[in-house]
Design a binder for this molecule. Structure first.
Ligand code: ZN
Length: 121
């Protein structure tokens, strides 16, 4: 009866199911930091570059309310950002700037995944 959200790790194909979309995202993120940390670091750096190039593009292309909702889902349980000194050391940038860039990247990815899920229903 209840819809289950399915997320797939883009690096190893491992699947994460949960009734709650936020929980599924949270588990996927924990897995990414645990098993694919090098990839996550590269991704953070790429996310910063992309965010600087096209931060306005994302807003223009996304329904605002959906994007805001996703931000709320993605933001608070962001376990990886407990490691503030690591983030700043790896990226050489202020924690908040990195956090904003990565959340944007996460929201973008989540948006594309959810859009696929909705249209495929
Ligand atoms: Zn994986």
């Amino acid at each position: 009866m209840a819809k289950r959200y399915k997320l797939t790790c883009s690096q190893c194909g491992r699947k994460f199911f949960d009734l709650d979309r936020g929980k599924a995202l949270s588990r996927l993120r924990k897995h990414l930091w645990k098993d694919h940390q090098d990839w996550m670091r590269r991704r953070i750096k790429a996310g910063i570059r992309k965010a600087k190039k096209a931060s306005s593009l994302v807003v223009a292309n996304s329904p605002f309310d959906l994007r805001a909702t996703l931000r709320n889902i993605v933001n608070p349980p962001w376990a990886g950002f407990a490691e503030k000194p690591l983030i700043e050391k790896v990226t050489g940038r202020p924690y908040q700037e990195v956090k904003d860039a990565v959340i944007d990247a996460m929201v973008r990815q989540a948006l594309s995944g959810i859009t696929k899920g909705l249209t495929g229903k």
